[in-house]
Design a protein around this ligand. Structure first.
Ligand code: DOR
Ligand code: ZN
Length: 349
């Protein structure tokens, strides 16, 4: 039976720049109504002019697909002045992304201490922009990096009582536990790969560079806590894929890049994930505000960002397909494996 559901939103993607951008945008636009685009491009999105130029590149890549909307963010960097933040908001930015220094791809210009950024956060709070945080403390042992960043998050939360904050790609049980004690204006995104992988899928046997991302997949207990949070239907835990494409050569390298390309497979994998857990895919077959795929990918994030729910739909059909080995020079997550759901021909309605 085909499954009709509200078209999903992806609240965390990396689109890169041309020439990679074209096929990457197409892979997301095929499945998603909207995507929140990360600003760690080269050069980074730190000015209204760059944001506007980037939006044009993305719209050019989406071409005639008017059914897709890019939601843009800027990079929170030292020295960002209030007038520029206002200009970024006027140009359509809905959030600013904080990268601690050196914790991931293109974060060399990131933050060492949050205190010098308080003027930035104040303006963001005034303008009702969302602060997205890559919560990992530089220099800390990999598996402890996320929870080690909690004190920095808490300082921001305490000091800016109206600032909405998203802890991006939450990957540990401890951070989820901490989230429960933070105010409701703090939420978290969860990726599909953190629901499926542990560190052993990266380094437990042969080295699997296409499973390498930041934050790294952690212990089974961490993965299980993430699964439980998503399957509980907690509206503060919503989908952001962190789909992060790198050319095959940049991954299969002596010094390989972090990032997993999940855009082409995220929704089919999540559909199977909810089904394995015995939970429904759509809201019409779930208890009111109960857990289901559709709320996780098409409602909770939009509600947190105060965006109207998408009025488009997608139809999932049970059609087996094999994930290709190559999507425009990039190896997608689960390449070579068979998936059970695909989007019906015609795409979004
Ligand atoms: O694995 C990751 N890749 N994590 C990030 O935070 C950034 C991303 C990228 O841009 O490649
Ligand atoms: Zn990311």
């Amino acid at each position: 039976m085909p499954v009709v559901m509200r078209a999903p939103d992806d609240f965390h993607v990396h689109f890169r720049r041309p020439p990679l951008l074209d096929s990457i945008v197409a892979d997301t636009a095929r499945w998603f109504a909207r995507a929140l685009v990360m600003p760690n491009t080269v050069p980074p999105i730190t000015t209204a002019d760059r944001l506007t130029a980037y939006r044009r590149e993305i719209e050019g890549a989406a071409g005639k697909d008017q059914s897709f909307e890019a939601l843009l963010t800027f990079k929170v960097v030292p020295g960002l002045v209030p007038d520029e933040i206002r200009a970024l908001a006027a140009a359509g930015a809905i959030g600013g992304k904080l990268y601690p220094q050196g914790v991931t791809t293109h974060s060399e210009d990131g933050i060492v201490d949050v205190e010098p950024l308080f003027a930035v956060f104040e303006v963001m709070e005034d303008l009702d922009l969302v602060l997205e945080i890559h919560a990992e403390a530089p220099g800390v042992f990999s598996l402890d990096r996320e929870i080690a960043y909690l004190p920095s998050v808490e300082r921001i939360v305490r000091r800016f009582p109206n600032l909405r904050i998203v802890i991006e790609h939450v990957s540990s049980r401890d951070m989820l536990t901490a989230l429960a004690d933070l105010p409701l204006r703090v939420a978290a995104t969860v990726t599909v790969h953190h629901l499926l992988l542990t560190l052993d899928d990266v380094i437990g046997g042969d080295l699997r560079p296409h499973h390498f991302c930041k934050p790294v997949a952690k212990r089974p207990a961490d993965r299980d806590a993430l699964c439980a949070a998503v399957l509980s239907g907690d509206p503060r835990v919503f989908f952001g894929s962190d789909s992060a494409p790198h050319p095959r050569t940049a991954k299969e390298s002596d010094c390989g890049c972090a990032g997993i390309y999940t855009a082409p497979v995220a929704i089919p994998l999540l559909a199977e994930f909810f089904e394995r857990a015995g939970l429904p895919l759509t809201e019409s077959s779930a208890p009111v505000r109960g857990a289901c795929l559709e709320s996780f990918v098409s409602r909770w994030g939009a509600e947190f960002y105060r965006l109207p729910l998408s009025e488009r739909t997608i139809t999932l059909c049970e059609t087996e397909w094999v994930v290709p080995d190559d999507c425009g020079g990039i190896v997608p997550f689960r390449s070579g494996s068979q998936l059970r759901y695909d989007i019906a021909p015609g795409g979004k309605a």
